[in-house]
Design a protein around this ligand. Sequence first.
Ligand code: PEP
Ligand code: MN
Length: 347
Amino acid sequence: MMIVMKATATEEDIRSVAERIEGVGARADISQGAEVTVIGAVGDLEHDQRVAELGLETLESVDHVMPILKPYRLAAAERRHGRPTVLDIGGRRIGGEHFALIAGPCTVESRDQTLEAARIVQAGGASLFRGGAYKPRTSPYSFQGLGQEGLRMLAEAKAVSGLPVVTELMDVRDLDAVIEVADVVQLGARNMQNYTLLSEVGRSGMPVLIKRGLSSTLEELLMAAEYVLKEGNENVMLCERGIRTFETAYRFTLDLMAIPVLKELTHLPVIVDPSHAAGRRDLVEPMSLAAAAAGADGIIVEVHPEPEEAICDGPQALVGEHFGAYAERVQAAAGIAGKTLSVGAAN
Ligand code: PEP
Ligand code: MN
């Protein structure tokens, strides 16, 4: 249930409505806009009923009351009255008119490779650094990531480059170690519906990047985000990374229509990962440009100093020395959508 206050409503009016909502056991989620304030009554169906019975629409300060019919209530665009959520990750803003370029290797392989990759992407104008210490691999015989040792390398890369770090968490037992280093916790496509992991990351309050499952609908992706939001954690970004279709010419089909459609459905920033969708380096730039021009709030892309030596995902990694020129072209494409690249003081 959403209570839209009149533009003339005072702080006192807003507090009074929030108290009534809380009085029937629901949570009052206040979203204060420049002109109107919207108060969401968050709870289960029973709470909705009790809030409806309060008759808040009859109050002088209330403009109207509307049910949120979508199953994802907190992620719904209506909740913020069309205002996009803008995250601030170490001074880099993501969402609204702010565009983030998140770049780095698939996985942390060694200290030298990690520091070199961070240096390259920082010099090229990246907003954040990505790199996995825990890797979700299809085969249990493949390299699984350096774990804690990898996290230490990421911490060093962050200290040296000044770039905030995005890294994947696969197992809730590694949460404390990961959040000690990460500025954004990545939940991979294969864990998009790991509900206990989503709730734990939600409770941690850490910014989170949720990747769309290989065969997940946009509604399922939004419901995954809802698990994090429900814990009071608003720092959520969604990531389109390609879905399974009948096409076999490339690894996954990058669903670019997800960008405008998600923007219509939700206030959360939408990031696009062209690397894992393509599986091939030559497709990464055209898909990055298309995504940026279509209004994505950011790109997460794999870059390696020497892709032919990479332990994993080498064929899709951009070559380090080409990154700067690529970043310039992506920045221009983001400009078409009215967005500006977000870089910190370090860049
Ligand atoms: C990754 O970003 O390294 C990754 C494994 O991505 P995904 O979960 O989208 O496959
Ligand atoms: Mn990868």
